[in-house]
Design a protein around this ligand. Structure first.
Ligand code: NAD
Length: 480
């Protein structure tokens, strides 16, 4: 496939003619070329989305009609699952069978089917007499043209999380995937047309950070939604202030994984190693900071180290592999930098901490466990975004809570204990958008995903996400 820009229902060349090299992180080889959208391309896409919004070709369809088209879109993706999974794995290094085919693609299909259903949800709209002689009613209307910007760690999944609720609400879209991973998002373009979603409703532009900046600046974009790093989220929010557009920010995380003595070390090890290495740790909800209660800290630490050593790393197209490479050379440098700086502060690497010997091509990095760290060190406070966990000990429940909350992020956390009362006390006090008890990572289409604190605000997934793309209008009717 030749990848171009998808504007107003057709492929077009970028006005600037710029190209981006797209590579396979498992080999470092080029696999495609994508176009680099300019400010002029962003404007064309926004104008197409604006026409499509105001002439009502999508926003004024009945919810049932919109639902049908989103459902068809989901079915087309499902029909093409293997092709999408293959390209996603080539572009990101995700294990094909274990992740792309078993999880990323089917979960995106499920997300879209959920949003097709959510398009028809009527909860929350009501009418009544609040002043004598008048009837008030609330209309939930689509916000308008939405700018959407996604990261590289789950390209297809993030596209589904953005497109699904915006379409369900009746909005039109200009979506820009991350510069290095635009392929599967661009592949969705023609499926929208085949599903019967009208031209101009979904526009997709591959491009760099400048194209994202142009979307956030554009005066006709009513809301900008971004999944990305905290630094980018802050920039987007500042930019959006100039036109007072709404912002929806899904940013980084640094999830604590809190383990009490009454937990089973085997369960803890299995969950921690999976939650730290799934998607090579490039997951905003990944388990990153393990806190174990002092009494059984040695047992827990040994079980976790053993499980991390057993994670099978290798080629994305080897069916027994569960962890592929990091996304790029730059990302591997970044991860290595965190680990080396922690070592120079006195940390002990219990396993990993380097490139696996037999994997010298591509951007592989070993599952890594680090101990002997202090709470205020960079490795504990900052998002590493690689298969790296730290282990620290705590004395009691209140210290565990303090350590868990003591970061700028607030996306996800987990607690392992058999004591229901303790689990519930901590759940109420952990400042995170998701708290798991005795697990870490599962996610569903029906339940909201989003941050507290500097992990941002606004929800992806669930009916709440659809609500984020709607605005309430009060209509007051005099009885006369
Ligand atoms: P990033 O912030 O570098 O880039 C994200 C996107 O923003 C890219 O498409 C990029 O081109 C664009 N962008 C960059 N500068 C911009 C600007 N000034 N204006 C507008 N757009 C701009 O993030 P990344 O490295 O691609 O992704 C990793 C980050 O994403 C991690 O921090 C991770 O935690 C976060 N993430 C969060 C969630 C969540 O749901 N909260 C999910 C996945 C990833």
């Amino acid at each position: 496939m030749q990848y171009k820009l998808w504007i107003d229902g057709q492929w077009v060349d970028s006005a600037g003619g710029g190209k981006m090299r797209i590579e396979n992180p498992a080999t470092g080889e080029q696999i495609a070329e994508a176009q680099d959208a300019t400010r002029a391309d962003v404007d064309s896409a926004v104008q197409a989305a604006k026409r499509a919004f105001y002439d009502g070709r999508w926003s004024r369809l009945t919810p049932g009609e919109r639902s049908k088209a989103i459902w068809r879109f989901a079915e087309l993706l499902e029909k093409n699952s293997e092709e999408f999974a293959r390209v996603e794995s080539e572009n990101t290094g995700k294990p094909y069978k274990f992740l792309s085919l078993a999880s990323d693609v089917p979960f995106t299909v499920d997300n879209l089917k959920f949003f097709a259903a959510a398009a028809r949800d009527t909860h929350g709209s009501h009418a009544g007499e609040f002043m004598a002689g008048y009837t008030s009613m609330y209309r939930r209307e689509p916000v308008g043209v939405i700018g959407q910007i996604t990261p590289w760690n789950y390209p297809l999944n993030m596209a589904g999380w953005k497109i699904g609720p915006a379409l369900a609400a009746g909005c039109t879209i200009v979506l820009k995937p991350a510069p290095g991973t635009p392929l599967t998002t661009l592949m969705l373009a023609e499926l929208t047309k085949e599903a019967g979603i009208p031209d101009g409703v979904v526009n997709i532009l591959s491009g760099g950070n400048d194209a994202g900046q142009a979307i956030a600046e554009h005066p006709d974009v009513r809301m900008v939604c971004i999944t990305g790093s905290v630094g980018t989220g802050k920039k987007v929010m500042r930019t959006a202030a100039d036109t007072l557009k709404r912002v929806h920010l899904e940013l980084g995380g640094k999830a604590p994984f809190i383990v009490f003595d009454d937990s089973d070390p085997e369960l803890v090890a299995a969950k921690a190693s999976f939650a730290a290495t799934a998607n090579t740790g490039q997951d905003c909800t990944a388990a990153t900071r393990i806190y174990v209660e002092k009494g059984r800290a040695k047992d827990m630490r040994e079980a976790v180290v053993e499980a991390m050593k057993n994670v099978k790393v290798g080629s994305p197209f080897d069916d027994s592999v569960v962890m592929g490479p990091l996304i790029s050379g730059g990302q591997r440098e970044r991860v290595m930098g965190f680990v080396e700086r922690a070592k120079s502060q006195g940390a002990k690497v219990l396993t990993g901490g380097g490139v696996p010997k037999e994997l010298d091509k591509g951007y592989f990095y070993s599952p890594t466990v680090i101990a002997g760290v202090e709470q205020d060190w960079e490795i504990v406070q900052q998002e590493v975004f690689g298969p790296v966990i730290t282990i620290q000990e705590f004395e009691n429940e209140s210290q565990a809570l303090h350590l868990g909350n003591d970061v700028l992020y607030g996306l996800a956390a987990s607690v392992f204990t058999k004591d229901v009362g303790r689990a519930m006390r901590l759940t109420g006090q952990l400042e995170f958008g998701t708290v798991w008890i005795n697990d870490h990572l599962p996610i569903t289409s029906e339940t909201p995903h989003g941050g507290f604190k500097q992990s941002g605000f606004g929800k992806d997934l669930s009916a709440e996400a659809v609500g984020d793309y709607q605005i309430t209008k009060h209509v007051m009717i005099a009885h006369g």
